[in-house]
Design a protein around this ligand. Structure first.
Ligand code: MCA
Ligand code: AMP
Length: 490
């Protein structure tokens, strides 16, 4: 079986693989660091990674993959409840973290291995010969377990096999003519597929470079594009911020004009933002469509016709169909008939960890994965996503957030008697989280800031409600079910 990262031994040893701020690793240095760490953890089963936006996270994940074991990336901003769930569900043997990183409970209860990014080999020497046990791993073995929200309950761990990573990255290389000459810039978090698989493992599989901004800024994007970066990956909120900044930052327009490829994903990029960016820079942003469970399914190809508002065509190796409510495949390509997207292919996850019920529900009897995304197909096969089946899934800043999870957290606040959560359109975030709360004591309701903090600290900051409405009762139907549509239109 071929290595996930042939470039670790084949790329010119002095080529820069990773750069985070003023810290960088060449391929030779990366091979030395990951080789040493892989040898240390090869018999450790499954490991957690404290996924800060830092060199150590990239080294830790590559080392785990080189060792042929699975990595569970942890959001360092997750609260105790969320981390507790992920750790008890995935049961890692240890956590990989940067030296000096303070780990909160319950992560601090795990055995810890510090990631040393400066193991041995000098920068200019050829890549060292290190025992690379991933030669033993099979394509079906788990590579990553990435936690993703559902409509209700705590997040589920999507088990992503090695095969899915190679299949998706190689299909994207074909669609985007992505090579080792590309230098990618982004500021995405490293505990989700977008930032980690596409944004770090992608360039490393190609033998190219990635420059991570630590945190996204328009200035950072402009600086890197002016200094040789060729590609940008971002969520729509980042492109919206770019579109907003363009009138005031002529340097940004020039820098974007230099890029080979601008890619947006994780949520729909509004046509207005597409148009503003194209008008100011002459560039067209390319959209691709994926999911934690499926990695990438479709993309506008860099050699194809760019079309704002579509996510392009199925990637090589991906089978995609639209189905009616009753599962009947839709055969027309008329740009009008709406159906649920179902996909099949080597890019898919294998299961939700410890959740055979949820895994079974996610697939049809003949192996198609039900995405829950609703779409139409243009006559030439371009897919347009028009909505989602579940209104209880909110996409905010590109993060998928289940309403039920936030409702449960709100109900755990002593000042809350009843709670419902909805998503509302937001120009910056796509959707913002709105909480509808019946306070336990109407005379002294908990403040909106207190409830936001409560959710941020239990779950994660991006799951906090941005708006809180106070009600005397939630609208319910005869069955006692909360009528969220009535809420949203109040
Ligand atoms: C504010 N903050 C708080 C609170 N209020 N912290 C704790 N408690 C509070 N009450 C902090 C935040 O932690 C953050 O800290 C800062 O204030 C700003 O918060 P926020 O407004 O939420 O963040 P933002 O800067 O506006 O974030 C926008 C963003 C972000 C950068 C676009 O949403 C983002 O990185 N999105 C990417 C999501 C993503 O990668 N999704 C991929 C999954 P600080 O400033 O220190 O951070 S989808 C996927 O993988 C599939 C496969 C796909 O298709 O891609
Ligand atoms: P996640 O579960 O966080 O990986 O998010 C996956 C979901 O993000 C998909 O099911 C889609 O709803 C959405 N998504 C990803 N990329 C796009 C895109 N380019 N356009 C519209 N929605 C997208």
């Amino acid at each position: 079986m071929s290595s996930l990262f042939p470039a670790l031994t084949a790329a010119p040893a002095g080529r820069v693989a990773l750069r985070f701020g003023d810290r960088a690793l060449t391929y030779a240095e990366l091979a030395a660091a990951t080789g040493a760490l892989a040898a240390r953890i090869a018999d450790k089963g499954r490991v957690a990674v404290w996924a800060t936006p830092a060199l150590e996270t990239a080294v830790a994940v590559v080392a785990a993959l080189e060792a042929g074991i699975a990595a569970v990336p942890l959001n360092p901003k997750s609260g105790e409840k969320e981390l507790g769930h992920i750790l008890s569900d995935s049961a890692p043997s240890l956590v990989l973290a940067a030296p000096g990183d303070e780990l909160p409970a319950p992560v601090s209860d795990l055995a810890r291995v510090d990631v040393d990014v400066r193991s041995a080999a000098p920068a200019t020497s050829a890549a060292p010969t290190v025992h690379r046990p991933d030669a033993q791993a099979t394509e079906a073995d788990p590579a990553l377990i990435v936690y993703t929200s559902g409509t209700t309950g705590p997040p589920k761990g999507a088990v992503i096999p090695r095969r899915a990573i190679t299949a998706t990255l190689d299909a994207l290389a074909d669609a985007w003519q992505w090579t080792g000459d590309d230098v990618l810039v982004h500021g995405l978090p490293l505990f989700h597929v977008h930032g980690l698989v596409l944004g770090i493992l992608g360039p490393l599989r190609r033998g190219g470079s990635v420059r991570h901004l630590g945190r996204f800024t328009t200035e950072g994007v402009a600086r890197e594009l002016n200094d040789g970066a060729t590609m940008v990956f971002g969520v729509p909120t980042m492109y919206h911020r770019i579109a907003q900044a363009l009138p005031e930052e002529p340097e940004l327009a020039k820098a974007l004009g230099r890029a080979r490829l601008l890619v947006s994903g994780s949520a729909a990029l509004p046509v207005h933002d597409h148009e503003r960016i194209t008008a100011a820079t002459g560039q067209r942003v390319v959209e691709r469509y994926g999911m934690t469970e499926t990695l990438m399914n479709t993309s506008v190809r860099s050699d194809g016709e760019p079309r704002a508002g579509t996510v392009g065509v199925p990637l090589p190796g991906v089978e995609l169909r639209l189905v009616e409510e009753d599962g009947t495949p839709i055969t027309s390509y008329d740009g009008e008939t709406v159906g649920e997207i179902q996909v099949r292919g080597p890019n898919l996850f294998t299961e939700y960890l410890n959740r055979p019920d949820a895994t079974a529900a996610a697939f049809t009897a003949d192996g198609w994965f039900r995405t829950g995304d609703m779409a139409v197909r243009d006559p030439d096969g371009y897919v347009r996503i028009v909505g989602r089946k579940a209104t209880d899934l909110i996409k905010s800043g590109g993060y998928k957030i289940g309403a039920g999870e936030i409702e449960n957290a709100l109900l755990e606040h002593p000042g809350v008697r009843e709670a419902a959560v909805t998503g509302e359109p937001d120009a910056d975030l796509g959707e913002r989280i709105v909480a509808w709360v019946v306070p336990a004591d109407p005379q002294s309701p908990p403040s909106a800031a207190e409830l936001a903090d409560h959710v941020a600290h239990r779950l994660a900051p991006h799951k906090r409600p941005r708006t809180v409405h106070y009600l005397t009762a939630l609208p319910r139907n005869d069955m006692g079910k909360i009528m969220k549509r009535a809420l949203a239109h109040d």
